[in-house]
Design a binder for this molecule. Sequence first.
Ligand SMILES: *Cc1c(COP(=O)(O)O)cnc(C)c1O
Length: 379
Amino acid sequence: MPEYHRCWIEVSRDRLARNYASIRKAVGPDVEVCPVVKADAYGHGAAEVSRVLARAGARWFAVSSFEEGVALREAGIAGPRILVMADSLAVERAEVVTHRLTPAVHSLDELPVLRRMAAGAAEPIDFHLKIDSGMGRLGTRAPAAEIARALAAAVSPKLRLEGVMTHFASAADYQSGQTERQLAAFYELLDALPVQPRIVHTSATVPIAYGRREAWRSMVRPGHAIYGYVSPIVRGADSAPPRMLDVAPALAWKTRLLAVKDIPAGSPIGYGAMYTAAAPMRVGIIGAGYADGIPHRLGNKGKVIAGGQLVSMIGAVSMDVTTIDLTSVPHLKPGDVVTLLGEEGGARIDAQQVARLAGTISYSVLCGISARVAHVYVD
Ligand SMILES: *Cc1c(COP(=O)(O)O)cnc(C)c1O
């Protein structure tokens, strides 16, 4: 690698494309795949991830906010549709028109705003309507008759209902029955609408990965699986179908040793003296801390790969550096690479393992990798 970084991620374009292809193959040719690239593509860099996936055939992307949608257009994502899933149209948003973004309307109050915007636009605006089928988060909870009245008042040749969507709260729980209840409520409402949208979509990674075909309809919205992760079943694993996606992490996260030192038994390490050396030991100080995204809760608990071995974080995670135990790999020296996420010399650590140690979820570990961490893309 020509550049020298202190802390960086290495994202495999080939892996992203293969993960996308694996999802494509699982859902078959009749289901559109809309990769979710919100939150800077879960820390992977939305612009490059979207370019790679567009080359691999993606015709839709989903983001959270209008700003994220504009950023994709400005990065050159011109052809594919961009669905904005979680913003609000309380005020008119010129970028819907100027950047051809597709809003997901989650409250019927937004329809008059969109109607005004569409009236002044040269091209028709297509929108998706989000239904709260029982998650209790974004989406309208209005009954079908009320939705039908609001649509009748707003929809016109200039403002078209293209899609209807919902989202599951507990897709990885095969015991609670919540997903079945949500799907039944969603389909009942859909049937009661006077017009059927062209696109119906409900499924994120988990309902794709465990083959919940009855939910897929015309489009699916995978995020986590694009990056190579599928959450395990949380309850009722015996009644869950086998996982059908072949995906692997596309991101490795690396840093370098800034210093190596030997300390005598009894020495405290780092803030608050959270760790005391029981015997003489060799300590490494790596150039990554919580400001880079290492969860602070990994203090005294986390693992990294150094010299091809899993070794322990010792003491508190600091803002810019973290201390690790190099006693078992004494040959390492300043400048040597240490792996925070990824594979090295047969040892492996992924965001799900890190999340378990930190008491959080893998999504949060990936999204937590901060903006100051350099992005390196490899084929
Ligand atoms: C984030 C999100 C997704 C993607 O979820 P994954 O579990 O990462 O696949 C899909 N749909 C909505 C509405 C989301 O907010």
